[in-house]
Design a protein around this ligand. Structure first.
Ligand SMILES: O=C(O)CCC(=O)C(=O)O
Ligand SMILES: [Fe+2]
Length: 426
């Protein structure tokens, strides 16, 4: 055998060994037992009041990496939760009314974006905002403007410290919306998330992963509504943190989010065309999160999860969902819409609305305000400055010690896989 053939054989054997070990791990690891323990101990949960905050950040980062999620308990003080819950319920009603108004103006009255922005929307009691991208249609204003009390907490120090640790320093909130899971109604309509005909059973799921790992990308095959999705198999990088701010106590009877711990590292996906998973059936080792009202569930967007389709608690589960991304994820509207653009990605803010946000929150929404210049934030600039200084130092060596410099990298060794037969894993 030639050296090339031997390397190819070694590659093949290594791959087989890896796959065999993975299989042993999968088949001997009792995920149901591990999950039951996790659900019982709440080892994924940390107190927002932890001191020092670094301990909370380390614990949350570890939980996110190990299980794919964590919870920060009691971020919003108990005595403010009721008022914020009411605010969210009212916001949801106003948001729905506004979206209906937009649809009516477009569909029934055939209005166009220019005349709407020029005053027709306002004259009809409908709120619409222009977006940053020139030529793209306007959208409803960002839902945050309807939740000023909640906005006071959204840039919470512990929460943003966890997001920064996992995603980098410059963060953008790409989406934000209320998520209410109704209770059973008096007329017998079952509570739960989604279409009423599917609700009410504790053994039903609606498994999915979240944007930018949502495989059907909101709009499926429609280019105007498809918001983009990372290709399978997902790279092992956290690209988005989903946060669910619970304003009611949640557990298995009251709308706790379903999750398959560890699924963020699994190459399969519940919606994967070739992965053999049913989106509506339980998965061994799944569990529902429990948390007191005022807590924040944080999840890697790759985690397999679902809203509860049952809610026998007698009261609605009230929450706000946000999706946080590092600067390098493209949060621009890949779904430009055609007649009206009511998708929830990057809903814009007018300059006045942006300026009205709490100062600590503004950096996370700057990208959705077309009147603001969205430069990179200071900590990212500082890193670039350090890299610039390092570059300049190398060139100083080239000027000052042209011969000695030649050996300056002699200690650097870059590990390399064996020379392969050239078959790409893609
Ligand atoms: O409602 C929940 O608990 C989950 C929400 C969710 O999956 C989402 O908004 O992406
Ligand atoms: Fe989701």
């Amino acid at each position: 055998m030639s050296i090339i053939e031997l390397h190819a054989k070694a590659d093949r054997l290594e791959k087989e060994l890896r796959e065999t070990r993975d299989r042993i791990a999968r088949e001997t690891h009792d995920s149901e037992v591990v999950t039951a323990e996790l659900a019982r101990t709440r080892a994924y949960a940390f107190s927002a009041q932890a001191d020092p905050v670094e301990e909370l950040v380390a614990g949350c980062a570890d939980s996110l990496s190990r299980y794919g999620f964590c919870v920060i308990d009691n971020v919003i003080p108990r005595d403010q939760v009721d008022a914020i819950r009411n605010e969210i319920v009212e916001a949801q009603a106003a948001i729905r009314k506004n979206v209906e108004g937009i649809r009516r103006l477009f569909d029934e009255e055939g209005a166009n974006a220019e005349e709407l922005l020029a005053g027709k929307a306002a004259a009809n009691g409908v709120e619409l905002r222009r977006v940053r991208r020139v030529g793209h249609p306007p959208k409803p204003p960002n839902d945050i403007v309807r939740m000023p009390q909640y906005a006071e907490h959204l840039a919470n120090l512990a929460v943003t410290a966890v997001a920064r640790r996992v995603l980098d320093e410059h963060l953008r909130i790409a989406q934000l919306h209320p998520r209410i899971i109704e209770a059973d109604a008096r007329d017998g309509t079952p509570g739960g998330f989604g279409s009423t005909k599917y609700r009410g059973r504790a053994d039903s799921r609606e498994w999915h992963t979240d944007w930018p790992h949502d495989l059907s990308a909101y709009g499926r095959e429609n280019p105007n509504d498809n918001v983009g999705c990372v290709r399978q198999p997902f790279p092992d990088v956290t690209m988005c943190l989903v946060m669910i701010w619970y304003m009611t106590d949640v557990d298995e009877n009251s709308g706790g989010t379903w999750i398959v711990p560890g699924s963020h590292k699994d190459p399969r996906n519940p919606r994967g065309p070739n992965d053999g998973i049913s989106v509506t059936a339980p998965i061994p080792g799944d569990m529902q999160v429990s948390a007191p009202a005022g807590s924040v569930y944080i999840q890697d967007s790759r985690c397999w999860h679902a809203s509860a389709m049952h809610n026998p608690s007698g009261r609605a589960r009230v929450a706000v969902v946000n999706r946080w991304c590092p600067w390098w994820v493209s949060v621009d509207d890949y779904a430009p819409g055609d007649k009206y653009s009511v998708n929830t990605v990057c809903q814009p803010l007018s300059h006045e609305e942006y300026r009205g946000l709490p100062a600590a929150l503004q950096p996370f929404f700057r990208h959705v305000c077309p009147d603001e210049r969205d430069t990179l934030q200071a900590s990212v600039l500082e890193r670039a400055e350090a890299a610039g200084r390092r570059t300049a130092a190398g060139f100083r060596q080239l000027e000052e010690d042209v011969e000695g410099r030649v050996q300056a990298n002699a200690h650097i060794r870059v590990p390399m896989g064996s020379v392969s037969s050239g078959i790409s894993k893609y």
